[in-house]
Design a protein around this ligand. Structure first.
Ligand code: CA
Length: 234
């Protein structure tokens, strides 16, 4: 059984293949987004963070490799499966070196592709925490789906923004995340001169009062001096 409502971005310029991929994935219960070139793909990624991307290499305009590289440069780590033409061995190596998670050679069987997708989504769920709706921080449990923090002293509600902040930090467990990365990824549309890194600090302070038992001495939502913040998850 595939997980419900995971969104897969299909980046492909060949209409018949777009149709096949869309049809197959939707039949399996995934939501699909389509981009027929690299520029559109990057735009969609900025607007809606997909759970996984299927990326053709030979695209009009910028190549699939460049798309992949740009996404990884932005520190977006959702799985990317590259579609290569038959026997492009060099491309496979290049693809994995620039941050793709897997590749599949055209022509491919639908079952093989689905198996790869499922394997990648499972793996990314396990380590990224992106779709992991329950995060345990010591005595406190964050239920991100419900937007509630379960504390020994009672439940506290999280705002949508706070859930987004936690999800983004949880994509990089035990790694420093810069204020700029948080601003660009969580505050996306509102990112302007009016929105400064101070906004991030204010939200983190507020979040600490919800997720930490002692907000003045945080153990899980910690400050990395000169860098940003880190979510410590054991
Ligand atoms: Ca193509």
């Amino acid at each position: 059984m595939p997980p419900n409502k995971q969104t897969i971005l299909i980046v492909e310029d060949e209409p018949s293949l777009i149709f096949t991929l869309k049809d197959t994935l939707e039949n399996e219960g995934y939501e699909t987004l389509i981009a027929e070139n690299g520029i559109d793909a990057l735009k969609i990624v900025d607007e809606t963070r997909p759970d996984l991307m299927i990326l053709d290499v030979m695209l009009p305009g910028i190549s699939g490799f460049d798309v992949c590289k740009k996404i990884r440069d932005k520190k977006l780590m959702f799985p990317i499966i590259i579609l290569t033409a038959r026997d492009q061995e060099i491309d496979k190596v290049t693809g994995l070196n620039i941050g793709a998670d897997d590749y599949i050679t055209k022509p491919f069987g639908v079952k093989e592709l689905l198996a790869r997708i499922q394997a990648r989504l499972r793996r990314s769920d396990n380590y990224s925490g992106k779709k992991n709706d329950m995060i345990t921080l010591g005595e406190v449990t964050l239920d991100l789906k419900e937007g509630v923090v379960r504390r020994p002293d009672g439940d506290v509600e999280l705002t949508t923004r706070e859930v987004e902040v936690i999800r983004f930090l949880a994509n990089y467990p035990n790694e420093p995340v810069t204020r700029k990365a948080l601003l660009e990824n969580v505050w996306r549309y509102e990112f302007s001169s009016n929105t400064s890194t101070r906004t991030v600090d204010v939200h983190i302070s507020k979040l600490r009062t919800k997720v930490e038992m002692r907000p003045d001495d945080p153990r899980y939502l910690v400050t990395m001096h000169g860098v940003g913040y880190m979510l410590k998850i054991s």
